[in-house]
Design a protein around this ligand. Structure first.
Ligand code: FE
Length: 309
């Protein structure tokens, strides 16, 4: 027999009290959201006849998730971070904005205040013997005009799929740089071709994915924040073509317009001109920023990050 205890009057009253609906203080919007959340949870417990053992297993899972600082990783894996992007895309389309490089998820591994330089930077410390990468492109507005002085903030993993700061074996800000575009809106960096990576295999995100019958892998990718005065801040990534997980990203970040083609440069004169070892891999990617209508749109969203700016 289907139970519906959560609809009993005494349960409804309990949840109104527990979520502060009859209390003077607190935050009205927060109370409404909590009340919906807890009510839906009780409804779910009814619907699936969740046992006390299962309930406490879930509570303990949250302890583990927090202890490992994987809540943001799980949000990406469950598609919730991509859902926020889909929602923003739809809102912008309704408002008539568009024409820029698409956004995609930030992920949980950005570190603020990477070294800033003009036009060019070397991102790697020379200790990773991965393939040398020349990554370059132009930042433009929606009329195709170059944006000089735009800041291209780049971060990516090493050949083991690890990020500096979180991976203490790498030096500070390794594979993290900010480059200000030149008069033609151009940026260029020397780095190494990153590898894809997976969720920590012993962590709570992977444990949950296992129970969903899913893997926790991402294709090789490079993260970007791109910003310029008067333009909407862009949070995005490029995914490297040829990766087996390109269209099977556990975090759902791949988009048609964000696939970059790694090209092996076999002409030694090009390597010499760039003062790079020969041969090397070139990735070219341009960005288009859309005009901002309000000052706050020029900034990245506020969220807790490593090393707050
Ligand atoms: Fe990443």
């Amino acid at each position: 027999m289907k139970t519906n205890y959560s609809q009993h009057d005494d349960v409804k009253k309990l949840l109104e009290i527990s979520c502060g609906l009859h209390s003077e203080g607190g935050d009205a919007r927060f109370k409404q959201i909590m009340h919906r959340l807890v009510s839906d949870l009780c409804h779910l417990i009814d619907e699936f006849d969740v046992t006390p053992e299962e309930f406490w297993q879930a509570a303990n899972y949250l302890h583990t998730l927090g202890g490992r600082q994987e809540a943001a990783l799980l949000a990406a894996g469950l598609g919730l971070e991509h859902y926020l992007d889909m929602r923003e895309d739809a809102r912008e389309a309704e408002a008539g904005f568009g024409g820029g490089t698409p956004r995609t998820i930030e992920g949980p591994l950005y570190v603020a205040n990477a070294p800033l330089s003009d036009g060019y930077a070397r991102m790697d410390d020379g200790k990773d013997d991965g393939r040398v990468m020349w990554l370059h492109g132009q930042v433009k507005d929606t009329d195709g005009q170059p944006l000089a002085g735009a800041v291209v903030d780049i971060w990516h993993a090493n050949t083991l799929g690890n990020y500096s700061f979180f991976d203490k074996s790498q030096g500070e800000y390794n594979l993290r740089r900010r480059v200000r575009t030149d008069a033609e809106g151009r940026y260029a960096v020397r780095s190494i071709v990153p590898s894809g990576y997976g969720c920590p295999p012993d962590g709570p995100t992977q444990a949950l994915l296992d129970r969903l019958g899913r893997h926790g892998n991402r294709p090789a990718h490079i993260h970007f924040f791109v910003s310029a005065p008067g333009h909407r801040h862009l949070t995005t990534q490029i995914n490297l073509n040829g990766d087996r997980y390109l269209w099977d990203d556990f975090a759902f970040a791949t988009r048609d317009e964000l696939i970059a083609e790694p090209v092996k440069i076999t002409d030694p004169t090009i390597s010499a001109k760039r003062d790079l070892p020969h041969p090397h891999t070139e990735i070219e990617f341009d960005f288009t920023l859309t005009p901002a209508t309000q000052a706050h749109e020029e900034q990245r969203i506020q969220r807790a990050r490593a090393l707050q700016e």
